[in-house]
Design a protein around this ligand. Structure first.
Ligand SMILES: O=C(O)CCC(=O)C(=O)O
Ligand SMILES: [Fe+2]
Length: 360
């Protein structure tokens, strides 16, 4: 296929990368070949050896120790895994299975969700703007009410996704309260609700790739919101950049060290987004991450993103600015921040420039 008709087949007609792979693809087409500096070399990274945090211990005599583990992980890598959380393991299995069911549906059924209410099916990240496409199809389910969710989300997954959204939101709230308290700041419940009031569950589908070394599943980015809860399956491929504490490294793919977050059966990954980094005046880290594809099996991942509501203005908490003696970021209208992120291809931590004090 010529590259124009290839693009039309994948993006405009909605076949996605799954449709292309299913058509019997033997090699990676040019529009998926990443420049060398964006390719993920497994040899240049190592597994993250951080033990998962046992959330059930928050209710026992080890409460303070677990709080410290959470705070420490959030201040350093900005990613950690949790076990013994409140989401039943059978629900996690059903979620992954329903993601496969959705993406295995016939084209007509999937494309019906391309421009639908509270639900979007698509491929790559910003295909109209990208020079190279990401090897991923996805759906985004936005939450507004239970009624809307049950009306607009796909039948094959709506019930399990809604249940996951509720339970995972509780994890987000508990962790956020711990983190805010550790900053020495008091926020009432209604403020916390506004900070995580926009909730979306995505299902990411990465079909097997003939040559994973040339492609990326998701390019370098940090999540924009407050806290993400991520379910990955057993295949692996999520890499996080451990920054050395040096602002000049930010945005440069060559610096820092890439750690793979290993799949742990039954665990959920928790990570910090830009809004929480800004709010905490840089204390909590929203780390850059990316996803490698695999040649053997298709992979799914299911994040819950929690965001401030779009009308919220997000800046460093005043108590921290006072304590730190300076604000590292300026206040931004959350809608502007989100529009900027979704309007551009993934580009590492560049999104955060919008909130940098010295940027125009
Ligand atoms: O698939 C993954 O493991 C991570 C996906 C991701 O980073 C995202 O959807 O923001
Ligand atoms: Fe992400």
């Amino acid at each position: 296929m010529a590259s124009n008709s290839l693009y039309n087949f994948i993006v405009k007609e909605g076949n996605g990368i799954k449709g292309l792979v299913d058509s019997g693809l033997l090699e990676v087409p040019n529009i998926y070949i990443q420049p060398i500096h964006e390719r993920i070399n497994k040899k240049d990274s190592k597994p993250c050896d951080m033990s998962p945090i046992d959330l059930s211990k928050l209710n026992g005599k080890e409460h303070d120790k677990v709080v410290n583990e959470i705070v420490r992980a959030t201040e350093t890598l900005g990613f950690f895994q949790v076990v013994n959380h409140c989401v039943p393991l059978e629900l996690l299995e059903s979620l992954k299975a329903s993601a496969h069911t959705f993406f295995n549906m016939p084209l007509e059924k999937k494309v019906a969700y391309r421009q639908s209410v509270k639900m979007k099916y698509g491929t790559s990240f910003a295909p109209e703007k990208e020079n190279v496409l990401e090897w991923k199809d996805y759906i985004i389910m936005e939450y507004s009410s239970d009624e809307d969710a049950l009306q607009y989300w796909p039948n094959v997954c709506k019930e399990v996704v809604l249940e996951y959204l509720k339970l995972a939101s509780k994890i987000v709230k508990d962790i956020l309260k711990i983190l805010i308290r550790k900053l020495g700041v008091e926020l009432d419940d209604s403020k916390i609700e506004c900070l995580i009031g926009l909730k979306k569950v995505n299902m990411n589908y990465y079909p097997a790739c003939p040559n994973p070394d040339l492609t990326v599943g998701v390019g370098r980015h940090s999540d924009t919101g407050m806290i993400t809860v991520l379910l990955q399956d057993g295949i692996g491929g999520l890499y996080v950049k451990a920054e050395h504490d040096n602002e000049s490294n930010v945005g440069d793919v060559g610096k820092g060290e890439w750690l793979e977050i290993p799949p742990i059966s039954g665990a959920l990954i928790i990570n910090v987004g830009d809004a929480l980094q800004i709010l905490s005046n840089g204390k909590y880290k929203s780390s850059e991450h990316r996803v490698m594809t695999t040649s053997t099996q298709s992979r799914v991942s299911i994040p819950l993103f929690t965001h401030p509501i779009p009308t919220e203005r997000i800046g460093p908490l005043p108590e921290l600015v006072k304590k730190d003696g300076l604000a590292k970021y300026k206040e931004v209208l959350w809608q502007d921040y989100i529009n900027n992120f979704f309007g551009n291809p993934h580009n590492g931590k560049k999104t955060l420039d919008l909130a940098k004090i010295n940027s125009a």
